[in-house]
Structure formats: C-alpha cells, structure tokens
Design a protein around this ligand. Structure first.
Ligand SMILES: Cc1cc2nc3c(=O)[nH]c(=O)nc-3n(C[C@H](O)[C@H](O)[C@H](O)COP(=O)(O)OP(=O)(O)OC[C@H]3O[C@@H](n4cnc5c(N)ncnc54)[C@H](O)[C@@H]3O)c2cc1C
Length: 468
C-alpha cells in the first residue's frame, strides 16, 4: 500500500509537536492531526480581557540538563528565553515561608511544629538510605509516614503530594516523592545509561551489570544534595508565556511537516496486522508509522488491542484540576515574589503570580495570578469552584476587592498520575508500527519535562526498531 507520509502523529500537544520536530529533522515526512482548532494542547497561552493566561500555571523543570534541554540543544533553531523560576513558598495566616529543600532548612521550617519536623526528617533520612540501597518498598507516602504527626503536618504532606504525583498521599508512592523532590534525582541514572549505552546493550542487562555503579552514584548524589542542597538543574518560566515554548517548537519545524487542525482521529487503520493509517470523520491518511499522543487510556476506542493490554490501560489513573486565573486591578504586596506558593489549611492550592516574570502578561500596573486546585470529578463542579474561591479569599484576605478578571480552566494536567499500581505505557504499543508518546508513556518527572522524556524514549525505540 502506498503511504502518503513516513509518519502520522495523532495530537498536536507539546509531545506530538516535539515528536514531529525531531522526526522531521531526521528526514521523515510528517503529518500532525490535531482535533482542536489550535495546536498546543495543555501548553499554550491566550488572551482574556487584556490578560494573557496560560493553560495552568507552569514551572518548567530540569532545564540545565534534562530532556527538554537536550531536545532544545539538538533540534531547536529558535530558543525561548527562560526567566529563573524563583522559590517555592508555603502561605499561612502569617505570610510566606520558603519550602525547605534540604534537611538544614527543614530544621527551621516553623510552619510545622518542632516535633513533626524531627519525625519527618528522621523519616526522610531513612527513606533516602533505603532508596540508595535499592531497598525501598513501593509503599504509599501515608503508610511510610511515622506515627504521631500533627494534623497540620499530615495536611501539609497531603497538599504537596498531588503536585508530585497527581494524587493524594495515600495513593502517592514514596519513590515518587524522592524522585519528584530535589533530594534525589533521576537524571543521575540516565547519565550513566547514556554513557554506557553506546553499544546497544539492553536496558535489563545494563541494569544488572551496572547496578553497583548506579547505586554508588545515587548514594553520593542523594547525600551530598541533602548536605549542600546543590540542585544542579534549573527551573524557569518562558518569557512571553507558555506559548513562547510552543512557538519555539513550531518555528523550528522544517518544511517536511504538515499540520492539520480540526481533524479528530476516529480510527487507527491496520493492514496485515500493522498500523498503516488513520481515519478522521471525512478523510483517511496513510503512513509507514503512526504515533499516538492522545490519552493512551482512550486507545481501545480507536483500535482493537489484546485484552491483557486493555486491562493494563484501565489502571491509568488521572487527576482533574481547576485553575482560577485572577486579573488584579493593582499589584498586591502578598504576591511580590517570583515562584509559586502552596496553601494547605482546610484545602490546598498551588498559585503563581505569572505577570511577575513578564509585565507584558498583564495590562500596565496590574497583576495576573493563577491558582490551581485538585478537584474531585465525582462531586458537583460548581460546588468545587465555590469552595476554591472561598479558600483563595481565606488565604489572601482583601483579594476579592481587586479582582477585575476571572477565568476558569478545568483540565487534566498529566495523562497518567504516578500512583502505586498505576500503569505507564512506554513508547511501543502491541501493534507493530504504532508508537505512543506523551505524559502517560513515561513516569519520570512531570509535565513538559515528562513529555520531553517520552519523546526521547520514542526516538530510542524507533531507532532500535530500525525506523530511524
Ligand atoms: C493546571 C496545569 C498545571 C500544569 N503545571 C505544569 C508545570 O508546572 N510544569 C510542567 O512542566 N507541566 C505542567 N503541566 C502539564 C503540561 O502542560 C502537560 O504535561 C503537557 O502540556 C502535556 O503535553 P502532551 O502533548 O503530552 O499532552 P496534551 O497537551 O494533552 O496534548 C495532546 C493533544 O492531542 C490532541 N488529541 C487527542 N486525541 C486526539 C485525536 N483522537 N485526534 C486528534 N487530536 C487528538 C489533543 O487535543 C491535544 O492537543 C500543567 C498542566 C495543567 C493543566
């Protein structure tokens, strides 16, 4: 059968577009089909009453040596300008306190009672030691916590958990917290794998061969980090908003990529049991390889799959988030910082005054702040919205008199939450020539960084399969 393209990519979010960019730079002709009117998915910005909102407040992580850095260095011809992220704070009725990133800072973190800090730092040291020796069981954070913590300490941990895994502390794995924090770092292992993988050795044999070296590096990096807090990967916000990152990908795209919007893929077509094309409502397109970047969970509605695989896909868990963007008529002293804040008493939010990174994001003299909440999809969304508003007003009294623009977004930030039994699909599907990319195919890090990892894994798999 004649193929129209080398590759068809279903979905034009950041994962799909990064895949299109990289594959086209490897000489492939690519067609991207996006069901919405515009590309970008969860990585975009748009105007609301003079304020430029993003699709949720974003901190782009691992920028010094993470996957996005590698993709940018190798494939981008246009670079976004990144503004240093600043700090993570916790807000209480007494104002803002920096969230500690090492044990020394944790000792003076007086948002929590001294007894809690003592218990928690002991537990963290234990977790790191066990992890360094590869002996940590994948328990929930809640099950790993010591007995005797105050309600505040439990609420604090429960407020942080969703921002690391997408779920509550009862569902979040301890491993996840260690990887998601600056205490331990997954790119240590990755550097080693990169270094050692020149000769096409399989991952499994590599792990067995190199385990001692890997463990040693992990121990050293975890403990030196704990003592010195030298976090060697940067976090930042793209100047000009999230759309600047999207535009850098689009502007870097060579001529052999075709992007079609308003094209919802309804079926993935097969020929001789291999993926060979896709069908939308009105058209069919054919290619040598198909890459799917929508929800892997929804894949069974597009193509028939083996039942054991479909069962695994049913274990993918997602979180619904609500972001409330508030355009403020003046800058508030409460938001005089760059970075983000967490509130954890009587409910939790994560907030970011994004116009502090770039004043052009708000009209002159005004401020734009985004507050994100994890919401329960089984509850009434309107009640959840009201509860969220009440919490903002309780946390930042007086804000209600300065709101001149309100904009709400209900979104799924990650295609898969990192829960204890959660499933991640990896770059290959059970159908030959059908590959997968996106935040439900790789469990490392979160968000755009995870999307970057998934693209690197896709390239690796296609190379191994002789497709690149
Ligand atoms: C509130 C919020 C806060 C966040 N905070 C951060 C953060 O601080 N840091 C960070 O790095 N990340 C953050 N993220 C996550 C980040 O935005 C996403 O991980 C990233 O944008 C996901 O990209 P993706 O391409 O994998 O998926 P998506 O953006 O979901 O893209 C998938 C695309 O495929 C299209 N599609 C799906 N099915 C079909 C079909 N059948 N046919 C055609 N098209 C289809 C969709 O329309 C969509 O455009 C946040 C997200 C939200 C919502």
């Amino acid at each position: 059968m004649m193929s129209d393209y080398d590759v068809i990519i279903v979905g034009g979010g950041i994962s799909g577009l990064l895949s299109a960019l990289t594959l086209s730079r490897h000489g492939k002709s690519v067609l991207v089909l996006e069901k919405e009117r515009i590309v970008g998915g969860n990585c975009n910005s748009y105007m609301v009453d003079g304020f430029q909102v993003d699709t949720g407040p974003h901190a782009i992580t691992h920028l010094k040596e993470g996957p996005l850095r590698r993709l940018m260095d190798e494939y981008f011809t246009y670079m976004p300008v990144f503004v240093d992220y600043g700090h993570y704070y916790v807000r209480t009725e007494h104002g803002l306190t920096k969230i500690p990133s090492n044990l020394k800072e944790f000792a003076t973190f007086d948002v929590l009672p001294r007894k809690d800090r003592f218990l928690l730092s002991q537990t963290l040291t234990k977790a790191l030691t066990l992890k360094a020796f590869g002996m940590i069981e994948d328990k929930s954070v809640y099950d790993f916590l010591p007995k005797g913590l105050s309600k505040d300490a439990l609420d604090f941990v429960d407020a942080i958990a969703p921002f690391l895994s997408g779920k509550s502390m009862k569902e979040t794995s301890v491993n996840r917290v260690l990887y998601g924090s600056s205490f331990a770092r997954d790119s240590v292992s990755e550097n080693i794998f990169e270094e050692e993988r020149q000769d096409d050795t399989s991952y499994a044999s590599l792990i067995t061969d190199r385990i001692s070296k890997y463990q040693l590096m992990t121990i050293l990096s975890s403990f030196s980090r704990l003592a010195t807090n030298k976090v060697s990967y940067a976090q930042a916000y793209p100047r000009g908003g999230l759309k600047t990152l999207l535009n850098a990908v689009l502007f870097s795209m060579p001529g052999n990529v075709m992007i079609k919007t308003n094209e919802s893929v309804k079926k993935i077509l097969t020929s001789e049991e291999k993926a060979s094309g896709v069908a939308t409502e009105t058209d069919s397109y054919f290619a040598e390889n198909i890459i799917y970047s929508g929800f892997v969970k929804s894949l069974p509605s597009l193509i028939s799959l083996p039942s054991d695989y479909t069962e695994k896909l049913s274990r993918i868990d997602q979180t619904l988030s609500l972001t409330i963007w508030l355009g403020l008529s003046e800058k508030m002293k409460e938001f005089d910082y760059t970075g983000s804040e967490v509130w954890f008493k009587g409910g939790a939010y994560w907030a970011m005054p994004i116009s502090n990174y770039d004043p052009c994001i708000a009209p002159k003299g005004k401020q734009l702040v985004g507050f994100t909440f994890v919401i329960n999809e089984d509850r009434n969304i309107e009640d959840e919205k009201k509860k969220a508003f009440d919490l903002i007003i309780r946390a930042v009294p007086g804000i209600e008199n300065r709101i001149e623009m309100t904009h709400l977004q209900v979104t799924i930030p990650e295609k898969a939450a990192v829960t204890i039994n959660g499933f991640f699909a990896g770059p290959r599907s059970p159908i030959p020539n059908l590959y997968l990319v996106g935040t439900d195919t790789d469990n490392r890090s979160m968000g755009v960084t995870r999307a970057g990892y998934s693209v690197l894994e896709l390239l690796r798999a296609m190379k191994e399969d002789g497709k690149l």
